[in-house]
Ligand binder design. Structure first.
Ligand SMILES: Cc1cc2nc3c(=O)[nH]c(=O)nc-3n(C[C@H](O)[C@H](O)[C@H](O)COP(=O)(O)OP(=O)(O)OC[C@H]3O[C@@H](n4cnc5c(N)ncnc54)[C@H](O)[C@@H]3O)c2cc1C
Length: 358
């Protein structure tokens, strides 16, 4: 029998695991994917290996729990490049609109090496032994004094305390609970949008940051093409260069090659003809990733139910705690919310443990 199990090796689950480790408890972390990180996914681009973010990228000085964790793990961070002129494409029949980005804008920050540096550092601190990948959980049943957890490959686990960090909507669709969760909570989960679950991200690597050389910030926005927004995405060391952005949701209907061609054509229009001489194109369609997204029955409003008070109530007679960024009353949806909810869930359990165990 395990003392504590955590389901989901995203930022929330790994942060919770570290809180237990600091108190001498080694929880088992069970993850559906063959990788850890969840909605954090930094990829080494094929050209020069520039770390490109296919998932979370930015945070601000308000995200204090995240910043404390970065400091603890010695991960440097740096402001998003935003010097010079921004570009706005309103229509193919009109000139591009150029605007100077005020220097007083409070910066967003990025992590050196990419956001996955954070989850890598957490896993390094925790050790790989207690991290079980490729094991989607399907059922949770309350039994005398413990919870029984069943995975897709017939794997079974028993634990005294369980933290689940799966996005609530996905949790409501994919995991069967015995006895069922309270109806009011299930209804909140069914209505909780998974932040960024529909996003399509792309990154394009270049030999040179040609936009910077033209006095452009690399920030461009469009109402016209499939690229909705793009940002400078050069690395921390300043020696590999890229642009990164978001595509419109409709772009999912195109094959990858068509998306790539359209992105390059649009970057040429918005940032200069040098855009066509690129080293690599990388993309990620999150809607096609079943461990983040599953189709909604009706359109859900992002953030509306994040941090709902029902998420902070212990379930199954105190044995089950929900976590994950959408459950967080503080910056729900964001990296900060993931850290906050992971810590809150861990402390909800640790604070009730006899001091000899915790
Ligand atoms: C494209 C994109 C851009 C983003 N940009 C930003 C940004 O710039 N700034 C910011 O602050 N936030 C951003 N976010 C949000 C940020 O990524 C999340 O807030 C954070 O990573 C969520 O962490 P989490 O651990 O709560 O959830 P997740 O990362 O979703 O982790 C949940 C884990 O549970 C696992 N899982 C799912 N089902 C099962 C199952 N049945 N059994 C076992 N495991 C399961 C998943 O595989 C996953 O690893 C972005 C997200 C995306 C997708």
């Amino acid at each position: 029998m395990r003392e504590v199990i955590i389901i989901g090796a995203g930022l929330s689950g790994l942060t919770a695991a570290l809180a237990f480790r600091k108190k001498g408890i080694q929880p088992l972390v069970i993850e559906a994917r063959e990788r850890w990180g969840g909605r954090i996914l930094t990829v080494a681009a094929e050209g020069k290996g520039t770390p490109v973010e296919m998932g979370a990228t930015w945070f601000t000085s308000q995200h204090q729990h995240l910043i404390r964790l970065l400091e603890e793990l010695s991960i440097p961070f740096y402001p998003q490049y935003l010097k010079g002129v921004g570009v706005f494409e309103t229509s193919l029949n009109e000139e591009l609109q150029l605007f100077r980005i005020p220097e007083t804008v409070e910066p967003s920050y990025r992590m050196a090496g990419g956001t996955s540096a954070l989850t890598e550092a957490l896993v390094e601190r925790l050790g790989r032994e207690e991290l079980l990948l490729g094991s989607p959980i399907e059922k949770i049943a309350e039994q005398e004094g413990h919870l029984k957890i069943t995975g897709s490959k017939g794997l079974q686990f028993a634990c005294k305390k369980l933290i689940i960090t799966i996005p609530p909507f996905l949790l409501a669709q994919k995991i069967a609970f015995t006895p069922e969760l309270p109806a009011a909570l299930s209804s909140v989960m069914e209505n909780t949008h998974t932040w960024m679950g529909e996003a399509i991200k792309f990154a394009v690597e270049y030999k040179n940051p040609f936009w910077r050389q033209h006095g452009l910030a690399g920030a461009a926005f469009s109402h016209v093409g499939i690229v909705r927004e793009v940002h400078d995405h050069c690395n921390f060391e300043g020696n590999s260069f890229a642009l990164k952005g978001f595509l419109s949701e409709e772009a999912i209907a195109h094959p990858r090659e068509k998306r790539e061609a359209e992105v390059i054509a649009q970057l040429e229009r918005m940032l200069g003809k040098e855009a066509k001489d690129y080293l690599s194109y990388t993309e990620k369609v999150w809607k096609e990733d079943p461990f983040t997204f599953t189709e909604y029955k009706q359109a859900l409003r992002p953030h509306q139910y994040n941090g709902h008070p029902l998420y902070s109530r212990p379930l199954m007679n105190g044995k089950l705690i929900l976590a994950g960024t959408e459950t967080s009353s503080h910056f729900g949806g964001y990296l900060e919310g993931a850290v906050y909810s992971g810590l809150a869930a861990a402390h909800a359990i640790l604070d009730k443990m006899p001091s000899s165990t915790a």
